[in-house]
Design a protein around this ligand. Structure first.
Ligand code: NCD
Length: 284
């Protein structure tokens, strides 16, 4: 049985195998005798639009059915049921559980007791590996390479789980990483210790290939506020791209949405394909 708990589970080879599978998914080149499993659960203890909807949609498109549990407030969780007991219960009904939880480490705890694969769909301020899979796929698809690129991560680097997983996957490539955040929301040291990568904190200009913007995680106690102006965004290099896991809370003005460098809506589309490929991989 395979779980996806941390992006650490992906090395260069596994990632590029996934990219191939995503392409097959896109063009429908899947062998017809591919095994089918019947049901997945989306168990969400925190709000979600894209992650839960895309897993749901991916499962339906693969011919699986879905048990969506988004309103845990209406479940025995409000009666004090532990995560472990909830996982054991849901795992008796389905073949795989997609779990989002407000505590770092929750997906790992779930995997320890689960009889079915667990996919970490975000654990507090820990990681968000499936977002990273779609992010890195979007980068690879746009530039046809990853080595040699400059990636600028901007926003709540302390509590933003999408940047935590993204920075980990970038260890497999030769990239330059710029980190821009309010002082109180700097990236924790554990995430950027890698001697092969050149990090720059608060680079003086936005000479970058990728500007990856994140929301301030108010629900995790982050307080600062910041916004990028339309003028700042249009002055990015002409072949740069702007990414955001969404939801945005004013960091990127809507006016920029039609700029060809805005990739955040394409990320969403890629997310569906990546999650389809991932579900197949884990349900073999
Ligand atoms: C992100 C998350 O939940 O971590 N959203 C997402 O899954 N696309 C980003 C965020 O909430 O800021």
């Amino acid at each position: 049985m395979k779980h996806l708990i941390s992006i650490d589970q992906y090395d260069y080879q596994a990632l590029h195998t996934l990219f191939e599978n995503v392409s097959k998914e896109k063009y429908g080149f899947i062998e017809s005798n591919y095994p089918k499993k019947s049901q997945i659960a989306t168990l969400f203890y925190e709000p979600s639009t894209r992650t839960s909807a895309s897993f749901h949609s991916a499962a339906i498109q693969l011919g699986y059915s879905v048990l969506p549990i988004n309103e845990v407030t209406y479940s025995s969780v409000t009666k004090g049921e532990t995560l472990e007991d909830t996982i054991r219960t849901i795992g008796s009904y389905v073949d795989l559980i997609v779990l989002r939880h407000s505590e770092k480490g929750a997906a790992k705890r779930a995997a320890e007791v689960s009889t079915v694969p667990i996919i970490n769909a975000g654990d507090g301020n820990g990681e968000h590996p499936t977002q990273t899979l779609l992010d890195i796929y979007t980068i690879w698809k746009t530039f046809k390479k990853i080595n040699g690129l400059t990636v600028t991560l901007m926003g709540d680097l302390k509590n933003g789980r999408t940047v935590h997983s993204l920075i980990k996957i970038l260890r497999h490539y030769k990239v330059k990483i710029n980190l821009i955040s309010p002082d109180s929301l700097k990236l924790p040291k554990e995430y950027y210790k890698n001697s092969d990568i050149e990090y720059s904190i608060f680079p003086k200009d936005l000479q970058t290939d990728i500007l990856y913007v994140t929301r301030i995680q108010k629900e995790r106690g982050s307080k600062e506020d910041y916004k990028l102006s339309y003028d700042e965004l249009i002055s990015l290099p002409s072949n740069a791209i702007v990414m955001h896991p969404l939801p945005r809370a004013g960091e990127i003005p809507v006016l920029f949405d039609n700029d060809p460098r805005a990739k955040y809506f394409e990320q969403i589309k890629n997310g569906l394909l990546v999650r389809k490929a991932l579900l197949r991989e884990l349900l073999i």
